[in-house]
Design a protein around this ligand. Sequence first.
Ligand SMILES: *[C@@H]1O[C@H](CO)[C@@H](O)[C@H](O)[C@H]1NC(C)=O
Ligand SMILES: *[C@@H]1O[C@H](CO)[C@@H](O)[C@H](O)[C@H]1NC(C)=O
Ligand SMILES: *[C@@H]1O[C@H](CO)[C@@H](O)[C@H](O)[C@H]1NC(C)=O
Ligand SMILES: *[C@@H]1O[C@H](CO)[C@@H](O)[C@H](O)[C@H]1NC(C)=O
Ligand SMILES: *[C@@H]1O[C@H](CO)[C@@H](O)[C@H](O)[C@H]1NC(C)=O
Ligand SMILES: *[C@@H]1O[C@H](CO)[C@@H](O)[C@H](O)[C@H]1NC(C)=O
Ligand SMILES: *[C@@H]1O[C@H](CO)[C@@H](O)[C@H](O)[C@H]1NC(C)=O
Ligand SMILES: *[C@@H]1O[C@H](CO)[C@@H](O)[C@H](O)[C@H]1NC(C)=O
Ligand SMILES: *[C@@H]1O[C@H](CO)[C@@H](O)[C@H](O)[C@H]1NC(C)=O
Length: 430
Amino acid sequence: MSLYPPLLSLFLLISSTVSATAAATAAVSPVSSPSASPTPKLPSPSPISTSTLDPEQRTALDSLNIPTPKDPCSPQPHLSFAATCDSSSPYRHILSLSLFNCSDDVALSSTALKSLSTVTSLSFLNCPIPVIRLPTEFALNLRSFTCINSLKKLTGVWLSRLENVTELTVSKAIVTASGPSIILNNMRFLHSVTLSHANLSGFLPKHWHPNLTFVDLSANSLKGEIPLSLTRLENLVHLNLSSNSLDDTLPSTIGDLSALQNLSLGSNSLSGPIPQSLAELSGLMHLDLGSNQLNGTIPNFIRDMKSLKYLNLERNNFHGVLPFNATFIQKLEELKVGENSNLCYNHTTLGSKLKLGIAPCDKHGLPVSPPPAKDSSDDSSDNSDESDYSDVEDKKHHHGPSKIVLGVAIGLSSIVFLIVFLILLSRCCK
Ligand SMILES: *[C@@H]1O[C@H](CO)[C@@H](O)[C@H](O)[C@H]1NC(C)=O
Ligand SMILES: *[C@@H]1O[C@H](CO)[C@@H](O)[C@H](O)[C@H]1NC(C)=O
Ligand SMILES: *[C@@H]1O[C@H](CO)[C@@H](O)[C@H](O)[C@H]1NC(C)=O
Ligand SMILES: *[C@@H]1O[C@H](CO)[C@@H](O)[C@H](O)[C@H]1NC(C)=O
Ligand SMILES: *[C@@H]1O[C@H](CO)[C@@H](O)[C@H](O)[C@H]1NC(C)=O
Ligand SMILES: *[C@@H]1O[C@H](CO)[C@@H](O)[C@H](O)[C@H]1NC(C)=O
Ligand SMILES: *[C@@H]1O[C@H](CO)[C@@H](O)[C@H](O)[C@H]1NC(C)=O
Ligand SMILES: *[C@@H]1O[C@H](CO)[C@@H](O)[C@H](O)[C@H]1NC(C)=O
Ligand SMILES: *[C@@H]1O[C@H](CO)[C@@H](O)[C@H](O)[C@H]1NC(C)=O
């Protein structure tokens, strides 16, 4: 019994050391992260610059109240500001402007932006400053606009004025708009659009610009069907409409999107079967149809999609025999088919090593009924069908946790053993 006090104090000592270290780390990290402090450390000034920034643009930059470097045209990786310039003479002009991690002091003004109308690319990252009205010339000159976790009180009308952009990226920012159409309808040169995590409601646009290659409208509250007009975008490489409230069936003409590589329609309310025309998307790498109400069987053509790396069909109402063999499954980086209660896999062709989260089929192609709960005699045997009736979905994830538990147990018991040994040693050698 006298063993306990020293043991206890040792544990207290260990735990207090651990928490002190954690506290120290926590105290250090904010200092090391770059902040928009008004006194940034400037790298040694480089006086030999071929030409200087237009004085009018210099004044405009100074008025924004951002810590800008002496020569804004040279790369400044540590500031909350980045710019690129043309090489005209006698004065250079700013072509792209990015603001990161802004403080509340940043003061955008229309007057300043008017002088900066040579800017074609404008980005805000982590800059939750109030949005201001852009001068028309500045707005029409922009080719690329990016706003991630930035700008308060953005509206669809404000964004719609960026008529000449080819790339539009707005993510993690609330956009007040009746729907995406009001934003996109006048952007006649658009190639790439991301409007995600933006609280957009309404319906998907009926009109799309034929040169679009990238469309991400994920994580909004868009409703209604996927319009057939969207499937006419023959240059579209990436389509992400996941995490919305889209319903109805998948468009039967989805196979017309012949350039498509990534298709994410997961977490919506889509129903009906996977259309046959999807077979024509031979370049598909990423297919996410998970968490919908799709039904029917999983079509055989999916196993002939040579480029497929990621396949998510989980949480739907698919039924029948999973039409994949082990070779196909091993080639994928990720396969999710769980939570389709009438879907099953052929035990003869797939064996029982794979943890797919669905039951094996009986000889009629129906899932065998789940095993009786109490019978758990010997689940290391590979011959029992019941042993792999499991909801573990990731095939690469097995027995990880139990190994950790074992390691911790061994570690702890050797510490205890060491302590006992030291105490006994100190007593006998007194
Ligand atoms: C902005 O802040 C985040 C986190 O505080 C940091 O990881 C990032 O590097 C910063 N970005 C810039 C460009 O300073
Ligand atoms: C931008 O678009 C407008 C009309 O939308 C056009 O008149 C103008 O020439 C374009 N501006 C530039 C700089 O290309
Ligand atoms: C998101 O949009 C809905 C209307 O669609 C609105 O009621 C809600 O307040 C918006 N959320 C935020 C954070 O603005
Ligand atoms: C689409 O791109 C092609 C070639 O890049 C171009 O000729 C055509 O004018 C563009 N169409 C539209 C509507 O912008
Ligand atoms: C689609 O969007 C969701 C939510 O924004 C995101 O988690 C997912 O990675 C995207 N899919 C692809 C293929 O980029
Ligand atoms: C497209 O899908 C592939 C395979 O899952 C993935 O590696 C890639 O990042 C995706 N591309 C985009 C732009 O999300
Ligand atoms: C799929 O669901 C629809 C209703 O969403 C239903 O009409 C149809 O019969 C179902 N098909 C199958 C094969 O279960
Ligand atoms: C497995 O399926 C693929 C098609 O996905 C096929 O090409 C291959 O021959 C099949 N392998 C075996 C061993 O049946
Ligand atoms: C499972 O595969 C074997 C061998 O390919 C086949 O004979 C059998 O009919 C299949 N079972 C079901 C239920 O599809």
